[in-house]
Design a protein. Structure first.
Length: 132
């Protein structure tokens, strides 16, 4: 096999493995890629950006601005509503179609955030406008 064929086979195998892992949500990279979107729980929208920031929006506007970090199946959240030193840790999982995101509270000293985040969120079209 020539060098091109070897590289092609290697890339193909890696692509299949990456696609398979993302399909079963077995890696943090896949969770990070899946979460980038707008999620709605019927009352609040969470908008996760690719740069590690997020917003929480409701009918009154986007009053929550924060940061997130994903490691495996855990997400760590900090935001302006709870003080950036109050880190919430949640276990996350996606359904098979990646259109439902479930948060389970692991630890969060901020009761305001902990009263909103846990539960199932649906991937949604943006309803509430973001602040620039």
């Amino acid at each position: 096999m020539n060098a091109f064929g070897h590289r092609f086979c290697t890339l193909f195998v890696l692509s299949v493995c990456f696609f398979f892992l993302c399909g079963v949500n077995a890696c943090g990279i896949c969770n990070h890629l899946n979460i980038i979107d707008t999620w709605n729980n019927g009352t609040v929208e969470l908008i996760f950006a690719g740069d590690g920031t997020y917003q929480g929006c409701s009918h009154t506007g986007c009053d929550t601005n924060g940061f997130y970090a994903i490691s495996g199946n855990e997400i760590r959240l900090t935001d302006n509503q709870c003080g950036f030193s109050a880190e919430g840790v949640y276990e996350i999982s996606f359904n098979e179609d990646n259109d439902e995101l479930t948060f389970v509270r692991v630890s969060d000293p901020c009761e305001q955030r902990a009263s909103v985040i846990p539960g199932t969120w649906n991937r949604a079209a943006l309803i509430y406008p973001t602040r620039e």
